[in-house]
Design a protein around this ligand. Structure first.
Ligand code: SF4
Length: 320
């Protein structure tokens, strides 16, 4: 299949087929066609999003062993590899939220492990929401739930939820794939924005598997899309499988942007400057617990600050 033809049809506004998208993913990194793919994704983002970039921030509000045992996560209970265990009280979360509001973020995410009590989470979230200016979108990143909980999330002021069917869900995690899909449907039924991601991408995942998640995002008409490469966290079962390169991530991000057609923003995680050349216009700052880090205060280790993100986005001439 001819890359030039696919690229032209993307630029003409056509929705590309699975077969065409797989052709793009199979393009050799470092080839001329590789840069054509980045260029098209870049053009779509710059034009369709008016050159606007976004800064999101996530606070991980607990660091505790999680029964879902994801083989890539530093908080899986059978291989817990963070240096400490804790839950943040509202006061601590509130102070962190104040700093992020001050830093002028666009969206605020609160994250917990899957076992965190939902009523405690809702109580903290309700108070946080009262502090947030209406311009900041409020997003939950928690375990699975039904429509009733989705409606409660909406009631306390969340505008969206980050939730995904992970790569090798049910194999690398102790969660049934159907459970994840039911939660995705509950989010949409409740009228919350679904934030989606192809993750956590490792060298062993096939392009077919990645494509399944890109297509799922397109079917859900997501506004905000992302890709994330797996970080080989010491102590986690998938550590020895290693990591894909930044070049590979950039290609996957560009193809994901082209295929899934988000209407607001495209992200690649963790922060990888190269991806900003290929249609990525949104980055995450992180505070607190993070499944990709051994340090339970990720802002002291892997987490990137809002100021660093601002610099990266403005360096590639996005408007923030
Ligand atoms: S990724 Fe989430 S669900 Fe999986 S073990 Fe970690 S905290 Fe639990």
């Amino acid at each position: 299949m001819n890359i030039e033809k696919i690229v032209d049809s993307v630029l003409a506004g056509c929705v590309i087929s699975r077969e065409e998208a797989l052709t793009l993913l199979n393009v050799e990194n470092k080839s001329t066609d590789f840069y054509k793919i980045l260029s098209v994704a870049n053009r779509l983002t710059r034009q369709n999003f008016n050159n606007k970039a976004y800064i999101f921030a996530q606070i991980g509000i607990n660091a505790e062993p999680c029964t879902k045992n994801c083989k890539f996560c530093s908080m899986g209970k059978d291989h817990y590899s963070m240096e400490s265990k804790w839950r943040k009280d509202y006061k601590t979360v509130s102070q962190e939220v104040d700093k992020l509001i001050e830093a002028n973020i666009d969206d605020l995410f609160l994250m917990t492990t899957a076992d965190y009590p939902i009523d405690d989470f809702l109580a903290i979230a309700e108070k946080v929401k009262k502090k947030l200016p209406p311009t900041i979108k409020f997003v939950a990143n928690i375990g699975d739930f039904d429509v009733n909980i989705a409606l409660k999330l909406k009631q306390v002021g969340f505008t969206g939820v980050y939730h995904i069917h992970r790569l090798k869900e049910g194999i690398d995690t102790d969660i049934e794939p159907e459970t994840r899909i039911k939660t995705l449907d509950a989010i949409v039924t409740a009228g919350l924005d679904l934030y989606y991601c192809v993750e956590p991408i490792g060298p062993e995942h096939s392009y077919q598997e990645l494509m399944d998640e890109m297509m799922r995002a397109r079917d859900y008409h997501v506004k905000v899309m992302a890709v994330m490469r797996r970080i080989p966290v010491p102590g986690t079962p998938l550590h020895d499988k290693g990591q894909i390169t930044a070049l590979e991530l950039a290609k996957i991000a560009a193809v994901t942007r082209i295929v899934s057609l988000p209407s607001r923003a495209m992200n690649a995680h963790e922060v990888t400057p190269l991806t900003l050349l290929g249609g990525v216009n949104q980055l995450y700052a992180e505070v607190g617990a993070n499944p990709r880090d051994n340090n339970s205060n990720t802002e002291k280790n892997r987490g990137v600050s809002v100021s660093a993100i601002k610099k990266l986005l403005s360096d590639v001439e996005y408007d923030i």
